[in-house]
Design a protein around this ligand. Sequence first.
Ligand SMILES: Nc1ncnc2c1ncn2[C@@H]1O[C@H](COP(=O)(O)OP(=O)(O)OP(=O)(O)O)[C@@H](O)[C@H]1O
Ligand SMILES: [Mg+2]
Length: 307
Amino acid sequence: MNTIERALHKAENENQIAANPTALPEDIKSQLDKGKEELLSTPMSTKNRIDATENGNLLNKERIENIDWDKLAGMGFVTPSINTDQKSIEEYRNIKRPLINNALGSGSEGIQRSNLILVTSSVPGEGKTFSAINLALSIANERDTKVLLIDADVARPSISKTLGIKSSPGLIEYLEKNDIEFSDIILKTNMPGLSVVPAGKQHRHSTELLTSNKMVRLAQELSTRYPDRIVIFDSPPLLAATQGAALAGLVGQVVLVVEAENTPQAMVMSSVNKLEFCDVVLLLLNKTQVYMETGYYGYDGYGTYGN
Ligand SMILES: Nc1ncnc2c1ncn2[C@@H]1O[C@H](COP(=O)(O)OP(=O)(O)OP(=O)(O)O)[C@@H](O)[C@H]1O
Ligand SMILES: [Mg+2]
């Protein structure tokens, strides 16, 4: 069994590798091709399972993180708590609908790695993490839909802290080391459909790790072997670091969060230009108080941009 199979337990379908990712830049495309060949030709290595301690935390698949839903509801998140704002629940229903349809429904045709969704923005503080967590919670509440929320903002990680999860090894350790399996960095939570992958420790070569062949292979495997799961990546801002654009090349859908009445239009357009090779880009207008077509005075709304 390979690392992802071990991690996600149920391999219902051994899906074929998606073919011909035409929309990607050449360098990422060739890395993907290489990863595909390896996947097809080589059974994944049978690495030793480790139950070691890292940073004082047990690497344990069975650990379940108990997230305090009431506390999160008080912070504006859409949780199972009865204190969750009903208007927010409704707004995130509208926001997730096109993403789920593109990921798993009729809209997925022709979109490579459609179940991988990157949440990004032009500059810091626009609400990427807030939106990524809310999308994950909203989708995980959907019957039969499992969500893996990955903190890929490795320079300024905040998903674990926001969810009240103690620091533990994450994406960086997996990418850096050969003796950590993907299953070792997945944290189950007290929402059955939701699992979390923390960013892990700070690393001065984090950009190289995020653009490494191993990261490309991970994205490919998450997409092709588990197309019924939605994977949401929180990312760094596009205009402040190169990592965001590189990650956008690995996913099928990008949610570009735009802070209403704050982010200059020119910046949004620069970001959109950086994403022009992506199959699907959805703009999420965050923190707005204007009246939305959904009939609510909400803080979120969509515009679309896509090929
Ligand atoms: N729609 C919203 N309603 C209420 N608070 C929000 C909303 N969006 C974001 N916030 C708050 O604004 C702050 C910044 O949001 P967040 O951390 O999600 O931004 P970010 O884009 O991830 O920032 P960074 O680039 O630093 O990672 C947080 O305190 C968050 O809780
Ligand atoms: Mg953030």
